[in-house]
Write a protein that binds this ligand. Structure first.
Ligand SMILES: [Zn+2]
Length: 88
């Protein structure tokens, strides 16, 4: 699991997928494919991908396993692959 995920998500100043600028108060969310911060529009496109259900299921399984092993950061990192993060 990424150690500084919250900082990475909070500090992302642009979408890593489409390059759109993200202001401090714009919601951002992790991709289940590469765990990079993306904008909600790109998340919607990601959700349309034919393998999204399978990839997200595998990702959440791995994420929950990591949390159980490390006992670190219950919920947050995995959660923000599915629910937008807001800085403010
Ligand atoms: Zn985007």
């Amino acid at each position: 699991m990424e150690e500084h995920w919250e900082e990475a998500l909070r500090c992302a100043s642009g979408c890593t997928r489409c390059g759109r600028e993200m202001g401090r108060e714009d919601p951002r969310i992790f991709s289940v494919y590469d765990h990079q911060p993306i904008c909600p529009e790109c998340k919607k496109k990601e959700e349309q991908r034919p393998d999204y259900a399978e990839v997200s299921k595998r990702m959440i399984g791995q994420c929950m396993t990591d949390i159980e092993l490390t006992m670190k950061d219950p919920g947050g990192y995995c959660f923000h692959h599915f629910y937008p993060y807001r800085c403010a």
